[in-house]
Design a protein around this ligand. Structure first.
Ligand code: FAD
Length: 456
């Protein structure tokens, strides 16, 4: 129960940090209150792979999103995580927005992103012929893309565990205590875990953990983002991510293809006090559908496959809350609001680099060899299409979820994996089973039965 590093939280950020420290030869323990990795904010975002062109220049977020963009691209390719450089078209819908495009290009330049290109009304129309005619002009951001958040999080955590990290699921940190050689973590499972260093990557609860260490420098106000997932028949309506002109409230409502072949519309930006309320609302849908109708009229007549909401860990500050309290053997990595999917690898790298600069013994970094992930994206060969895989294991030819074309071989692969799913939701995130048009109406019972059998 004594580790070099204890990481609180197995979201994208905590898992990436655990992976970084194991690669540096440290003994690592990840403590996660939920029953799975990637079960907090990291499971319900918009899944855009950001270039960081619109970040606040000079901010830590700008630096880490820009760096994270490149790290994630390489990592995803090695791990087999679905990632696609679709490019984004930022659209101006009125004269005021049109006038702000030059400023946005300038901001991109300040953020180190040089490739934006101004678009006339007809150029926007050529790139996106289904957009509403009220589009007046735009800005092309050719390197923005889409990625799978679920297998990204799973890859970080799996790689860390395969490299020796200990993962405690269903274990909530309820208190901390200073001891001579580090910090002691108390859990609701009555374990006492000691870390020579403790990293707080608790997402929405990072302010609560920060307070346990005696710091009150920020509070998290959950900012809800509701999204609508449209049927795959809508996929041909868009070629790029369609971005709005960002405002002080955030990046605004976008339309984006997903790596699974759907189209999403969202998110909303609604501040609330409840850190657990991820419900969707009638008002939220009406707001989104009105936005969708104004931007891409053909979209809203398509069938809706699913809806969801995620909560951003917004704080009173505009930047990430990454602070080092080495006298307490404690690092806070909180307030990673709306770009953490892109920046997590860079955050992990930054934490390690800062520790090195501070003289903390963290070891040389070995190359990280990402654990291979199952391909659940549509731009790459899926198991049911892979004759070689089927020849080796015929269960990759047995489709169980016909909407998403998930095979029995993929379910078995998930059950036998380093971090197996223990719920249907966890299995969905690893395979896409039951996530299609019928939402499990046809295959749900059999998929659930197989999960129950696998858990015996
Ligand atoms: C609507 C929306 C859209 C977004 N879109 C994008 C996007 O397009 N691109 C992008 O790059 N980013 C996006 N993001 C941001 C991104 O999803 C987050 O920055 C990222 O998921 C944060 O990861 P995290 O690890 O900090 O938090 P989390 O994923 O929430 O992980 C924190 C973990 O800590 C655990 N925990 C909390 N308290 C305790 C405790 N006491 N003991 C033990 N464990 C604890 C939680 O259970 C949780 O698993 C979006 C976010 C939202 C909500």
């Amino acid at each position: 129960m004594k580790f070099d590093v204890v990481v609180i939280g197995a979201g994208l950020v905590g898992s990436a940090i655990a992976q970084e420290f194991t690669a540096r030869g440290q003994s690592v323990c990840i403590v996660e209150k939920s029953n799975d990795v990637g079960n907090g904010t990291s499971k319900a975002n918009t899944a855009i792979w950001h270039t960081g062109f619109d970040a606040v220049p000079g901010s830590l977020e700008s630096k880490l999103v820009g760096r994270g963009y490149f790290l994630l691209e390489n990592y995803a390719k090695q791990a087999g995580i679905p990632i696609v450089k679709t490019g984004a078209v930022l659209v101006a819908w009125d004269e005021e927005q049109l006038a702000s495009l030059d400023g946005l290009a300038d901001k991109a330049h300040k953020n180190g992103y040089e490739k934006t290109k101004g678009l006339s009304q007809s150029e926007v129309r050529n790139l996106e012929p289904n957009l509403s005619e009220s589009a007046l002009g735009g800005l092309l951001v050719p390197d923005e893309g889409i990625v799978c958040t679920w297998t990204t999080n799973l890859a970080y955590a799996t790689t860390a565990v395969q490299a020796g990290a200990t993962l405690y699921l269903n274990t909530k940190v309820v208190g901390v205590n200073s001891v001579p050689d580090g910090m002691e973590i108390q859990t609701d499972t009555h374990q006492t875990i000691t870390g020579s260093l403790v990293v707080n990557a608790a997402g929405l609860y990072s302010d609560d953990i920060h307070r346990m260490f005696g710091h009150q420098t920020f509070s998290v106000t959950p900012r809800k983002g509701q999204l609508i997932v449209f049927d795959k028949l809508a996929r041909n309506l868009v070629n790029h991510i369609i971005l709005p002109v960002p405002s002080s409230k955030g990046k605004g409502v976008l339309i984006s293809p997903t790596v699974y072949g759907n189209v999403i519309l969202g998110p909303t930006a609604e501040d609330q006090t409840d850190k657990t309320d991820t419900s969707t609302t009638q008002a939220g849908f009406e707001f989104l559908l009105a936005k969708g109708q104004a931007m891409l009229p053909g979209l809203v007549t398509n069938e809706v496959t699913a809806t969801y909401a995620g909560l951003r860990a917004a704080t009173e500050h505009s930047d990430y809350q990454i602070t080092f309290h080495l006298d307490q053997k404690y690092i806070c990595v909180g307030g990673i609001r709306s770009t953490g999917l892109t920046s997590a690898l860079a955050i992990a790298e930054y934490v390690a680099e800062q520790l090195f600069i501070a003289g903390h013994p963290i070891g040389e970094r070995a190359d990280i060899l990402p654990a291979p992930m199952p391909n659940i994206g549509e731009d790459f060969v899926r198991p049911y299409q892979d004759e070689v895989a089927i020849a080796k294991n015929p269960s990759f030819g047995e489709v169980i979820c016909h909407c998403e074309r998930v095979t029995i071989g993929e379910l078995d692969q998930a059950f036998d994996s380093t971090i197996p799913p223990c719920t249907l939701e966890g299995l969905r995130r690893r395979t896409r089973a039951t996530m299609g048009r019928c939402q499990g109406f046809y295959c749900g019972a059999e998929v659930a039965q197989r999960l129950t059998e696998a858990k015996k």
